[in-house]
Design a protein around this ligand. Structure first.
Ligand code: SF4
Length: 323
């Protein structure tokens, strides 16, 4: 179960006198929206539930909200992603996962002791951040020193891994409290230290190292293959927090200086099916979510993210471009 903060949301809707509201949530949380829908509808509010995927607070359904003339957009499952002002009034509901930490505590303690970890960094996403202090206290009682970054409260915000970076030097390993591999893998790719997932859904603790190695190998293969390509597609993603025309144009200019042909593409949802429609392009660079290039299993041509593109171009060339 998740805490969708029905009372807080209803108060926000009421105080803004919102008559039309758009609610968006990641696919995994859509099944829990019925009570929120009913709570607001009973107040006479016209509620629309977005059926589109929602990958983060970088992916606000602002255009749809504007189309239906919504007074308010409710983003479930995330905190605000960046300082940019939203095009439409937006509230964020992190959707705290309601579970008993004690069920997984013993597994975390046993796992960390087995690995010889004495000091551990604790991080979590929006659904589990609220448990980090409690987890820290319980680990300490079991002889493991917890470190939670004060600046961020241990919150991993989308692909911002500051909470883990800030504690990396002070710990032997980092534990990500939460489900899935997505965030833990992102953290592992930016840290030198080991990253473990304490997964309250599967009630298990696991190591992400094997997956990290697989992704890194794919990443270097993509960069090496892309270096041989003559024609590149740069894909500009139109999602609100991912749109970065400046970066796309920097990379275009860098590739052209290397004698490559560049074709600009624009899309909202990027996956292999979408970009495979351009068979004349030999390699793609996605300027947007860095994980599109890393997580898709089926790309059979090299697909790079911005960071990989800068690796391909070489630091010097990129710096020159930015002058
Ligand atoms: S990883 Fe991708 S989807 Fe997640 S916050 Fe970053 S840009 Fe958005």
């Amino acid at each position: 179960m998740y805490d969708l903060e029905l009372e807080r949301v209803a108060k926000e809707v009421e105080s803004r006198r919102a008559r039309f509201v758009l609610v968006q949530a990641p696919d995994g949380l859509k099944q829990f929206l019925k009570d929120l829908y009913k709570r607001l509808s009973n107040e006479g509010v016209n509620v629309f539930l977005s059926a589109d995927p929602c990958y983060g607070a970088c992916d606000l359904a602002e255009n749809e909200a504007i189309l239906i003339k919504a007074d308010l957009l409710i983003n479930i499952g995330h905190f605000k992603f960046n300082d940019k002002k939203e095009k439409i009034s937006t509230i964020y509901v992190p959707a705290k996962h309601l579970f008993n930490l004690n069920f997984i505590l013993e597994k975390i303690v046993d796992f960390l002791k087995m690995k010889g970890i004495k000091r551990v960094g604790l991080v979590a996403g929006a659904q589990h951040q609220a448990y980090l202090q409690e987890l820290g206290r319980k680990l300490e009682k079991n002889g493991i020193k917890p470190v939670v970054d004060k600046a961020t409260g241990g919150l991993i915000l989308g692909c911002r891994y500051t909470a883990a970076k800030n504690v990396e030097r002070a710990v032997d390993a980092v534990v990500y409290l939460g489900g899935g591999d997505f965030h833990a893998l992102g953290i592992a790719l930016t840290l030198e230290k080991a990253v473990y997932i304490a997964d309250p859904y599967r009630n298990e603790v696991r190591d992400i190292e094997k997956l990290k190695k697989k992704i890194l190998a794919k990443r270097w293969w993509s960069i090496a293959e892309a270096a041989k390509a003559k024609t590149f597609g740069i894909v500009l993603v139109t999602k609100s927090g991912q749109f970065n025309k400046e970066a796309a144009m920097h990379i275009k200019s860098g590739l052209e200086k290397l004698g490559k042909e560049v074709i600009l593409i624009i899309a909202n949802d990027v996956n292999w099916e979408r970009i495979a429609a351009f068979p004349f392009i030999e390699a793609f660079i996605v300027s947007g979510c860095p994980r599109i290039a890393l997580d898709q299993e089926v790309f059979d041509k090299p697909v790079l993210n911005e960071e990989d593109a800068y690796n391909l171009l070489g630091g010097e060339r990129v710096n020159q471009l930015k002058k």
